[in-house]
Structure formats: C-alpha cells, structure tokens
Ligand binder design. Structure first.
Ligand code: F3S
Length: 283
C-alpha cells in the first residue's frame, strides 16, 4: 500500500512570503496591524495571527475609519483604489502582493493605457480578479466557463488583451482562449497562470490518475483548492475534499492500495503531515 504526497502540496512561494511578512510585522507590534482580508484561506493561521493582535479588515469602509496602523495587502493583491486609500489616510502599507499577481496588474495597466480592453479569465467574485479589474484603465470583462466564452460578444474596435487569474486551470484557460480566438477579434493573449499553480495541478492530476483514493486538503473558500479537487475528481472517483484531519474518514481508505494527497496553496505543512501520517498508520 502506497501513500503518495504531492511535492507541490501546501504553501506556494507567494503565500509563504505573505504569511512570513505578517508574522514579522506581528513580532514588532509598535502599531496596530491589519490585513486587508484574511492573509490566507486558512482559519487556523488567521486565528493564530488574531491572538498576536493582527486584525482583519473586510472592506474599504473599514480602512476609511482607521486613524493609524499598518495595513498589509495579501498575496491576491488589491485594486489601485485600495492603495490610494491607504496612502491618503496616511497609514503604513506593507505590500505582500505576490509577484505573479503584481505582473498582471502591470500588464493590464500598461495594455489598457495603450487602448486595449481587458478580458480576464477567472472567477469574477474572487478578490484577485477584483484587484486586477481595479488596475484596468479601459473596460474589463470576466469570463470563467466555456458557455460564457461562447456567449462573449465584443463589438468594439479596440484590441482585447486576455489575461488569466493566477490560479486558473491551465487546460481550461487554453480552451476558453481557443473559443475566443475563433471569433476573429484582435486579441493579445498573455497566459498569466502562475508556475506554482500549473505545477501543482499537473502533479495532482498525475497522482490522481494512479491513485485509488485522492485526498485534497484546503480551506473551503480557497479557489485553487476547489480547482485541484475538480482536477483530481475527474481522474479519480474517490476524491475527498477536507480542511483538516478530522474531516476524513480514514478507515474508509483501508481497502485502497494507493492513496494520493495534495493540498491547496494556503494549507500549512503541519496539516498535510498530520493527514499523511494518519493515513499511513491506518493502511
Ligand atoms: Fe503567487 Fe501563485 Fe501563490 S500567484 S500567491 S505563487 S498560487
């Protein structure tokens, strides 16, 4: 019986950096420390930070009423208006926006400045996509499904610059771009899916293909974990989405000869290890 844990499971470089930056700030609490949104989609980490005095702000309105302190921008990034607001309020800004996301902001800012409209392939309600939209100087559209790509109708003469949410499924991105390309618009396609996501998805798919059961660990609201689950479920019917060990019925895995494990970008190592050790002991 084999347990295969993906090498790419867990914190990606962008999340590692963001979490480290918050802990560094929390160690030196000369000011109030806030994160704009939870630093990662992991309740345990957010609770731990809360104990160290780090508070979560959930809206621009909550920034507006602050009279001091440090606001940390998480790896998903934010729109330009949030940076402007933090600066206008005279608050200290610590920017943990991941380099991959920052690159998208720069692309859409530049291309929309050159007269392009922007088409973002991703989830329109995800904060990363909202942030990207907030750097577009012309119209920005968001599509997520093949159906939306089929229905997408662009009548303007401007060039259309297509970018992707960093955590989007690589194959799906190509499919959606193919659909849009067939419409004959003047397009500029930039694949902005981050390497970490692509590698994680490829490895998860390969493990799930060989496994009798697949465990995907991650927060309920983590979109990259949800996508990992989708990918694994396609390859392996017995795919389980869990947040932590207690969500897993380890005994149901007893008859399996190969169990795969992967985890989203915001899953801490200790949770992955705990699941892995328990599954190993059970088999
Ligand atoms: Fe950055 Fe990719 Fe992680 S965009 S935050 S390295 S999933």
């Amino acid at each position: 019986m084999i347990v295969k844990t993906a090498k790419t499971a867990g914190f990606c470089p962008g999340v590692k950096r963001a979490v480290r930056m918050v802990y560094e700030q929390a160690e030196n609490p000369s000011k109030e420390i806030y994160t704009y949104g939870p630093i990662i989609h992991n309740e345990q980490v957010v609770e731990d930070l809360e104990k160290k005095g780090v508070r979560v702000l959930n809206s621009e309105e909550e920034i507006r009423v602050l009279t001091g302190g440090t606001v940390i921008i998480r790896s998903h990034g934010v729109s330009k208006s949030v940076y402007d607001l933090i600066r206008d309020k005279g608050l200290e800004l610590v920017d943990a926006t991941c380099g991959f996301v920052r690159r998208i902001h720069e692309i859409v800012w530049r291309e929309s400045g050159n007269g392009c409209d922007i088409l973002i392939i991703g989830n329109s309600t995800h904060p990363e996509v909202e942030g990207i939209k907030g750097w577009c100087r012309k119209d920005a559209y968001v599509i997520e499904t093949e159906e939306e790509a089929e229905k997408f109708h662009y009548t303007k003469k401007n060039k259309l610059c297509i970018v992707s949410q960093t955590t989007f499924n690589y194959k799906k991105f190509n499919k959606l771009v193919e659909i849009i390309s067939e419409k004959g618009y003047d397009i500029l396609v930039l694949n902005t899916i981050c390497n970490a996501t692509e590698e994680r998805q490829t490895e998860a798919r390969a493990i799930a293909r060989e496994a009798d059961a697949m465990i995907v660990i991650g927060g309920r609201h983590s979109s990259n974990t949800q996508k990992l689950f989708e990918i694994c479920k396609k390859e392996c019917e017995n795919t389980y989405y869990i947040q932590r060990l207690k969500d897993l019925d380890v005994q149901s895995l007893q008859s399996m000869s190969c169990v795969g494990i992967t985890a989203g970008a915001s899953t801490p190592n200790n949770i992955i290890e705990e699941v892995q050790n328990n599954v190993r002991n059970e088999l």
